[in-house]
Design a protein around this ligand. Structure first.
Ligand code: NAG
Ligand code: NAG
Ligand code: NAG
Ligand code: NAG
Ligand code: NAG
Ligand code: NAG
Ligand code: NAG
Length: 665
């Protein structure tokens, strides 16, 4: 007698189980249900992680968006969380604030508004969340701290939510406090009060986007705080929670997770945590940092997104395994479904979850990821064993009469490297609510009554190609609705399109660094502003740019080549930096801080005048010219050997750039 047949004979079930060594698992709602599911999402920002996506040409840009958001197509995400731009470096770049200055409001900066609208176009039900990482300096009255003037901070955040509605018809459903930084009970209560006073009672508060404690302890001790907060959001919880968090009776979310290189181990990490965040930690939402790897790969945490779209110049993008792992849950559930209480670990390793819409539909997701193939970058993963196994599931309660389940499978198959993702298999026929699966290692299965799932596809995008060796931008042709020029990745400061309507000359349309004050930072921003562009592996390069200083005396601007660091490490960037100052001097330095001087002298440069700077770096030598005349030459550059091109300013000061051009060898 075949194992499968015997397993179906209830009378000999125990004997059959023994023969086949299959473990039995019951899926039932007889004893009631578990927690309400809130969805799976991606995080754009924290920081500037979608920077390059906006510059893709159609149809590729829409294709990437479809793989992320379109229902029954790809990741079909339930949640989009975005950074509330705060003008400061937040991991891979800066994102602009809606209020650079106290008397300034503009809800068309950056790309998060656009992204939210594109997501909503595809899935009108998508849940939108906003969270600040940093704040403009004026919010803290110049102090690097957002809670001394909590009413100012709350109004600033609430303005962003009101602006989302007024200018983009976007309903932000959840807002957070301060990403991975301290929270303040008084501020949280004031935020709740300010939301309510502004007619935003429907907007819920997540706290505190950091560890489970101390927010769980604070909620248990302070009933007023507990009333203000709806969700405890923890970061990188390692699938577990703490008793105090459960005691609060709040929703528990992994409000930032994953953060792992998006190869197949990354896909395995994501599969394991999507199931086990609920099985082990009762978490009802999991959000990936980041949504899509659309930033220069050599910035920190390169390619830690659900898919890769980091080459707008070629149009190439890659649908990575985490997209299909997400689909295993998202395409067959919706926020508002409920987990069954019958979820757990499999006897030989791995886990299973089950959810229902409460109307008879059932979705079961099973993963058997092995330890080495599901390591996330954090936290450390204690050892465990997974071996192949047979698992028999018995449906009971409302699900006892289900006759057929759709089957979707992913096999990572690290042994043969012949992975297959999100493959639709033949539907499974059930007899007496029983089915058995032969589970191998490193697999993901979905079994579901939902029949609308599909694996979306497009023709292959263009092949991968490096950044073009010849590139220029006069900032005259702009791509609405964006405030930033393509490919420039701001690492400190904010560089925006600027129009000078009183200029009768050639510099009406420029790019302008607009911050005049250090923001309330999240990372260690540089003291200089800087935006990088191009190819990290460029050695020999000529950078040319027109520059215009707007700060008297101490003002200064630079163009640079071979910039070797960005993101959180921007302060320690080395390269070749060619500066001119408003006091009539120039300098060439080997670092962004300006300590290692390679050359210096008189330039005659002044504030409010346009100058053309040109920098050529070749092998061990660099030279520079001003308005076409050589100013310095043969400065010796031993390191770095390669890096991005860049523009920037000496301090947080206004300055403009025009007719930017690159020629790489
Ligand atoms: C949005 O949600 C409503 C109510 O749950 C549902 O009827 C509708 O099908 C959903 N729309 C999409 C596009 O998922
Ligand atoms: C399951 O959901 C579908 C819609 O996706 C619905 O038509 C059907 O009635 C639901 N119930 C069952 C038992 O399939
Ligand atoms: C897992 O990785 C460790 C470290 O690379 C290695 O020593 C070990 O043999 C691997 N285990 C399996 C089961 O592959
Ligand atoms: C995994 O299996 C190995 C070999 O059987 C055993 O030595 C080890 O203790 C197991 N580890 C765990 C965490 O069960
Ligand atoms: C699972 O069942 C199959 C028969 O369906 C049997 O060949 C196999 O040995 C079983 N595997 C395990 C790990 O028990
Ligand atoms: C605008 O252009 C005028 C005329 O060239 C110039 O005097 C002024 O400084 C410019 N202002 C800014 C902010 O660029
Ligand atoms: C850069 O220039 C140096 C000196 O001419 C040369 O040795 C080196 O090969 C060049 N590098 C590239 C990538 O072309």
């Amino acid at each position: 007698m075949d194992c499968r047949e015997s397993a179906l004979l209830v009378s000999v079930l125990l004997l059959a189980l023994d023969l086949c060594s299959a473990q039995n698992y019951v899926l039932s709602d007889d004893g009631g249900l578990g927690r309400v599911f809130d969805g799976i999402g991606g995080l754009s920002g924290g920081g500037a992680t979608s920077r390059l996506l906006v510059s893709y040409a159609e149809p590729y840009r829409s294709q990437v968006l479809d793989f992320l958001f379109k229902p029954n197509f790809g990741a079909s995400l339930h949640i989009l969380k975005v950074e509330i731009g705060g003008d400061a470096q937040t991991t891979d770049g800066t994102e602009p604030s809606h209020m650079h200055y106290e008397n300034d409001e503009n809800y068309y900066r950056g790309y998060e508004w656009w992204l939210m609208k594109e997501a909503k176009k595809r899935n009108p039900n998508i849940t939108l969340i906003g969270l600040p990482w940093a704040f403009p300096g004026w919010v803290g009255h110049g102090k690097n701290w957002p809670y001394d003037y909590p009413d100012v901070t709350a109004t600033y955040v609430v303005n962003w939510i009101l602006g989302a509605k007024q200018y983009h018809d976007l309903d932000i459903q959840y807002v957070g406090i301060w990403n991975e930084r301290s929270f303040d009970n008084k501020y949280i209560k004031l935020l709740r009060y300010t939301l309510d006073k502004s007619g935003l009672e429907r907007v819920k508060i997540i706290a505190s986007d950091n560890l489970w404690e101390p927010i769980a302890f604070s909620l248990l001790l302070d009933p007023e705080l507990s009333t203000a907060v709806d969700v405890i959001g923890a970061h990188y919880p390692g699938t577990t929670t703490i008793t105090e968090a459960l005691k609060t009776q709040k929703k528990l979310w992994s409000s930032e997770d994953y953060s792992t290189f998006n190869n197949e181990v990354g896909g395995g990490c994501w599969a394991r945590i999507l199931n086990q965040n609920y099985v082990n930690g009762q978490m009802t939402a999991t959000i990936s940092w980041n949504l899509v790897a659309s930033y220069y790969e050599d910035l920190p945490f390169g390619r830690d997104g659900l898919m890769t779209a980091e080459e707008p110049w070629s149009g190439n993008y890659v649908v990575e395994s985490p997209i299909w792992i997400t689909a295993h849950t998202t395409q067959f559930t919706q926020p508002g479904w409920t987990y069954l209480q019958t979820v757990g670990h499999l006897a030989q390793g791995g886990s299973y979850i089950a959810l229902t819409d409460g109307k008879g539909n059932l979705t079961v997701v099973i993963e058997t990821m092995t330890h080495n193939h599901s390591v996330c970058i954090r936290p450390p993963l204690p050892p465990f064993n997974v071996t192949s196994q047979n698992a028999t599931f018995q449906l009971k309660g409302s699900f006892a009469s289900i006759k057929e389940l759709q089957v979707w499978r992913s096999q990572f198959d690290f042994k043969t490297s012949k992975a297959s993702f999100f493959e639709k298999l033949k539907p499974l026929k059930l007899v007496d609510g029983l089915f058995t699966l032969n589970l191998a290692e490193d697999e993901v299965y979905t079994l579901t009554t939902i029949s609308t799932g599909s694996k979306g596809s497009y023709p292959d995008p263009p092949p991968s190609a490096p950044f073009p060796k010849v590139y220029k931008d006069d900032f005259d042709v702009r791509s609405p609705p964006f405030s930033e020029a393509p490919y420039f990745a701001d690492q400190t400061g904010v560089f925006e399109y600027y129009i000078n309507l009183t200029d009768p000359g050639p510099h009406v349309f420029t790019l302008r660094q607009v911050l005049t004050e250090r923001p309330i930072t999240w990372a260690t921003d540089a003291d200089q502003t800087i935006s990088v562009i191009g190819d990290y592996y460029w050695q020999n390069l000529t950078v040319t740019c027109d520059v215009f200083m707007e700060k008297m005396n101490a003002g200064g601007v630079f163009i640079a080549a071979r910039v070797d660091k960005g993101g959180q490490s921007i302060r320690s960037a080395k390269g070749v930096f060619f500066w001119v100052f408003a006091d009539g001097t120039y300098k060439v330095t080997n670092d962004l801080v300006g300590e290692t001087v390679l050359a210096e002298g008189q330039s005659g440069t002044e504030v409010y005048g346009w100058y053309t700077l040109s920098l050529t770096v070749k092998g061990q030598y660099a030279s520079g010219s001003l308005n076409g005349y050589p100013l310095w030459k043969n400065a010796v550059v031993l390191t770095p050997k390669a890096g991005w091109a860049a523009i920037g300013t000496r301090s947080f000061e206004l300055a403009q750039f025009d007719n930017f051009a690159l020629v790489a060898e």
